[in-house]
Design a protein around this ligand. Structure first.
Ligand code: DX5
Ligand code: ZN
Length: 235
């Protein structure tokens, strides 16, 4: 199975001191990736940050040698994901994860998920595809099995996207298990309500990329939480 990757979500951080918060989590707590939630107020009923802020976080990371390998996992909860690919590349995004539901409903008919993945790859980023709790994963099989360029990661949301701090939805675990059975080497990310109380279920189902906002940023000892999440996935 692919290696465990722990990706704290900065949505749970204090945005007033973003740099020190990111430092605290990547550098001090030993996280693998930084999960950056981008919300546009259309795809989800909330607005967070855009490419200009990601540029600033990337700048801060570049100035700190120890962070040079920091992977920016940008979760694009936006209605028109094809619009922001190059902006996010320039901002320093490494993995551009768009929602299947947004691509399917896009007003831009030329931007099929396959074409979007091709554009993301052409700019040198990894591509992810996310599904909301109510979207079955079989809609992704043509993409994962097809002739075109394939996603590097699938994100199975375990809460309705839009807000941090929600309750983990265990009903999403069969989707993770189905994907894992079919794609043993695929990076499968889970996002929403993950923490020490829910990680066992996610690991058991086969998820290997673990997003955790509140559970990491709110912990008295974030390093301990990151370590425990990683160990549980590894088992
Ligand atoms: C929700 C976001 C999540 C969220 C996770 O729309 O996609 O990444 O920040 O936060 P917790 O871990 O607090 O549920
Ligand atoms: Zn997210």
């Amino acid at each position: 199975a692919p290696k465990p990757i722990i990706a704290p979500s900065i949505l749970a951080s204090d945005f007033g001191k973003l740099f020190s918060e990111c430092s605290r989590i990547i550098h001090d707590a030993g996280a693998d990736w930084l999960h950056i939630d981008i919300m546009d107020g259309h795809f989800v009923p909330n607005i967070t940050i855009g490419a200009p802020v990601v540029t600033c976080i990337r700048g801060a990371v570049e100035r700190n040698a120890d962070w040079s390998k920091g992977v920016f996992d940008c979760h694009m909860m936006v209605a028109e994901p094809q619009k922001w690919v190059s902006d996010f590349k320039e901002a320093g995004c490494d993995l551009y994860c768009f929602h299947q539901e947004a691509a399917a409903a896009s007003k831009d008919p030329v931007t099929s998920p396959t074409e979007l993945i091709r554009q993301i790859h052409a700019l040198g980023m990894k591509a992810g595809v996310a599904v909301k709790p109510g979207t079955p994963v079989d809609v992704l099989y043509p993409l994962l099995d097809g002739e075109g360029e394939k996603p590097d990661m699938v994100l199975v949301m375990t809460v309705e996207p839009g807000f941090g701090g929600q309750k983990f939805q265990a009903r999403c675990m069969p989707k993770v298990a189905a994907l894992r059975a079919r794609y043993p080497e695929l990076d499968i990310e889970v996002d929403g309500g993950l923490g020490l109380g829910t990680i066992e279920q996610a690991a058991e189902a086969g998820a290997n990329v673990i997003v955790a906002g509140t559970a990491v940023f709110g912990a008295a000892d974030p390093a301990e939480v990151v370590r425990t999440l990683r160990e549980t996935v590894q088992r």
